[in-house]
Design a protein around this ligand. Structure first.
Ligand SMILES: NC(=O)c1ccc[n+]([C@@H]2O[C@H](COP(=O)([O-])OP(=O)(O)OC[C@H]3O[C@@H](n4cnc5c(N)ncnc54)[C@H](O)[C@@H]3O)[C@@H](O)[C@H]2O)c1
Length: 359
């Protein structure tokens, strides 16, 4: 036989995966693993096994169980994806890592930073992939924002302003910060250029309806460059707003997630200050400020489900042994900011500094 008959590379076997949790979010993971050639879905596990069966439908060959141990004992399962409530992320993820499985865990990585750290350390020790599903980071809009910021297209970041408000489901166990801000914080973490990071946070909140927890909250973050980020999350707004503005020294970007025909707009508009010869001369300084009014460009974005890209990234991280774009450490940084924000909220909005290792 000549070498031309030998395949250049052996076919790559799909990664055996199990989804744990078949509630609201789990079925989205099931659908995306089933449509990915990189994975073969082998199990759907839920304490309510009937729910798992209903999600799969009558003709599925995917196995169902209420017993996590049964899934973890299966050698054909190399990876799990965990979509159970946040309070269970630590025990379920730890058990999976200890059984030698790669772990994708839904946001938030865990219920506290200390728990998240345990997961990161366990995965590191075993050389396994630990990834957190920060879904928004895999939307075409956020991937483009990251590209633009990392390439310096907006110049230095001056401000990041995010509004995520609507009539939201008032959660029983967590306040609006822990419910909604993980999205904005994970996006901020994902798009900021290398070397720029939050260094302190102040949080203010209010519980106007007597729910027993903040239903409206404002987060202000200081960035290491002196720039500022602001996040507004709110369950009580009758109008829905999902808008993020990133102001840079060269351009300003507006992301309106509720406008599918023009999610991103990049404005070549802004304020320029010519370097004053004499700093401190107020009058002269005023005269040196000028306003730029250039074009607005709306970049074309492909429509693609974020979870499809997220699932591909999980496969890539497992196969290459390199960290996922939203790895366990990214999940940990978000938890660090949330915990500091909660401390600030409890102290009437004082600014809480992070130490190096926290973010
Ligand atoms: N990425 C996103 O945009 C997004 C959106 C919604 C929810 N989530 C996250 O997904 C996770 C699940 O949220 P949800 O809204 O689907 O919750 P849910 O309560 O609707 O579903 C959770 C399911 O997990 C099952 N379960 C609980 N403990 C279990 C265990 N030990 N073993 C097996 N099954 C168990 C429950 O029976 C339930 O069916 C949360 O971490 C949440 O933050 C992420």
């Amino acid at each position: 036989m000549t070498s031309s008959h030998v395949p250049a590379t052996a076919p790559v076997e799909p990664i055996g995966v199990a989804v744990i949790g078949a509630g609201y979010w789990g079925p989205n993971l099931v659908r995306n693993f089933q449509s990915s050639s990189a994975f073969r879905l082998r199990w759907l596990c839920d304490l309510d096994v009937d729910r798992a069966k209903r999600v799969l439908g009558g003709y599925s060959t995917v196995q169902t169980t209420a017993e996590l141990d049964e899934v973890l004992a299966d050698d054909q399962v190399q990876a799990v994806a965990i979509a159970t409530p946040a309070g269970t992320h630590l025990p379920v993820s730890l058990a999976a890592l200890r059984a030698g499985k790669h772990v994708l865990v839904e946001k938030p990585l865990a219920a506290s930073r200390a728990e998240g750290r345990q997961l990161v350390e366990e995965a590191d020790k075993r050389g396994l992939t630990l990834m957190c599903d920060h879904t928004y980071c895999y939307t075409p809009a956020v991937l483009r924002i990251r590209e633009l910021l990392h390439a310096g297209e907006l110049g230095d970041v001056h401000f990041f302003d995010s509004v995520r408000i609507n009539l939201g489901l008032v959660q029983r166990d967590i306040d609006v910060l822990w419910d909604l801000a993980p999205h904005d914080l994970s996006i901020l973490d994902f798009v900021l250029p290398p070397g720029v990071r939050p260094v302190a946070v102040a949080a203010h909140g209010a519980d106007g309806i007597g729910a027993g927890r903040a239903c409206v909250a404002y987060l202000t973050l200081q960035l290491s460059t002196g720039a500022i980020a602001h996040i507004h999350v709110n369950w009580l707004s009758p109008v829905k707003v999902r808008t993020t503005i990133v102001g840079g020294s060269k351009r300003t970007l507006v992301w309106d997630d509720l406008n599918p025909s023009q999610r991103l707009s990049i404005f070549d508009r802004g304020v320029d200050v010519a370097a004053p010869d004499e700093i401190g001369d107020e009058l002269r300084r005023d005269m040196l400020i000028s306003y730029r009014s250039g074009d607005m460009v709306a970049p074309a974005l492909t429509e693609r489900e974020a979870l499809r890209t997220m699932v591909e990234e999980y496969a890539r991280a497992i196969r290459t042994g390199t960290p996922a774009l939203t790895d366990g450490r990214a999940g940990l940084r978000v938890l660090g900011i949330l915990e500091a924000a909660s401390r600030s909220l409890a102290n009437g909005g004082t600014m809480v500094q992070f130490n190096e290792e926290e973010v």
